[in-house]
Design a protein around this ligand. Structure first.
Ligand SMILES: [Zn+2]
Length: 361
């Protein structure tokens, strides 16, 4: 078994090597990349993204958690300091970039994200998009019923900035809750495709993979002329069905495997082992270039005392954002995934995916 220290040494070493390697020809050409990612601290040469967690939640920390313990945490300054200390541990474990998929309707605090990025040394990419759609969530969602209105909002957050700041989104997140896409979710998905094509930033969706929902999203995205190589269907490991996975990756879509830890709870299906096995099978089938690893953790919840944690905080892995580096990747290596393929998944794919593509592609 590879020790964590050895693993980290190799990850760092291969990260340095990656900077001098030519980009993966097929994927890079498909995306038409020019190698610049949009982070909360400004444009960044995408080869500097390094090891990237592409689906996490940090920006909602102050909104959800600070009001619960304002005195104990000494207010915002102490809360931020605590968050930075924890994020430095993630940085020390070899993670270099975190993509925050917290949209405005989930309490995104963009200044918090900027501050913790600056102080922790982690690159962070913020998102635009929408997680909840009316009529199910009328209190938090923008009640736009028109594609044009949402498209304009997404483009504004990508090209001008978020909430009156100059901090620009570098990815679009769309939450499709269940098996079938509702009429308003479809509007959101179409707006995402149009904003992506207009700006060059990619799309990630919340996907009900257990019911093959990615296939439904693909129909709508393709109707909008969306390039599949600019789309990742996240939470895909909830499927466990290789037929579903292979159908999507062969069409050019990426799969976010970011709920693998949920398979560790005894009654969860697919199991942790099956989710990991599917990653290995996809790598063996030649699709390492279409996979992402993350853990969709709700970071603010990890700062709460144990007895204060709510359901969302409790389904996150106890390792938090260290789950991939501490548990999942060592496990994948034990079942035979090579260092080279792991590097493709964790470093090269994010570099290509989060690079802005030429507009209109
Ligand atoms: Zn998420």
């Amino acid at each position: 078994m590879t020790s964590r220290r050895e693993f980290l040494k190799r990850t760092v070493a291969s990260g340095i090597a990656a900077a001098t390697l030519p980009p993966v020809a097929g994927a890079a050409q498909a995306a038409g990349i020019n190698g610049i990612a949009q982070t909360v601290l400004g444009p960044l040469d995408a080869s500097k993204l390094g090891f990237t967690l592409p689906h996490e939640h940090i920006a909602d920390g102050p909104y959800f958690h600070l009001p619960k313990w304002p005195k104990a945490w000494g207010g915002r300054a102490e809360f931020t300091a605590m968050a930075v200390e924890k994020l430095k541990l993630v940085r020390a474990a070899g993670v270099s970039t975190i993509v925050d998929l917290t949209t405005y309707d989930v309490g995104r605090d963009i200044r918090f994200l900027e501050e913790v990025s600056r102080k922790s040394g982690l690159n962070m990419i913020a998102c635009t998009g929408q997680r909840f759609f009316p009529p199910n969530f009328p209190d938090v969602s923008m009640p736009s019923r028109e594609i044009a209105g949402l498209t304009e909002f997404f483009i504004k957050e990508i090209e001008q900035g978020i909430d009156g700041t100059g901090i620009k989104a570098g990815v679009i997140k769309i939450g499709i809750v269940a098996q079938n896409v509702t009429a308003l979710e479809e509007i959101g998905l179409r707006a995402a495709a149009r904003a992506s094509k207009a700006t060059g930033v990619p799309i990630r969706t919340h996907t009900d993979a257990a019911h093959r929902a990615g296939e439904r999203h693909a129909v709508i995205l393709e109707d909008e002329g969306m390039n599949p190589s600019r789309v990742s269907f996240d939470h895909s490991d909830g499927s466990g069905d290789m037929d579903y996975f292979l159908g999507l990756v062969k069409r050019g879509y990426s799969l976010g495997m970011d709920h693998v830890h949920r398979g560790l709870s005894p009654d969860s299906r697919p199991s942790f082992e099956r989710r990991a096995e599917c990653i290995k099978l996809l790598v063996d089938a030649g699709f390492a270039g279409k996979l992402f690893l993350s853990q969709d953790s709700e970071f603010g919840g990890s700062l709460l005392p144990e007895e204060q944690k709510e359901w969302r905080d409790k389904i996150d892995p106890p390792e938090g954002m260290l789950f991939s580096t501490a548990k999942l990747i060592p496990y994948l290596k034990r079942i035979g995934v090579s260092d080279r393929d792991m590097h493709t998944v964790t470093v090269e794919n994010p570099r290509t995916f989060f690079s802005l593509s030429p507009k209109g592609r």
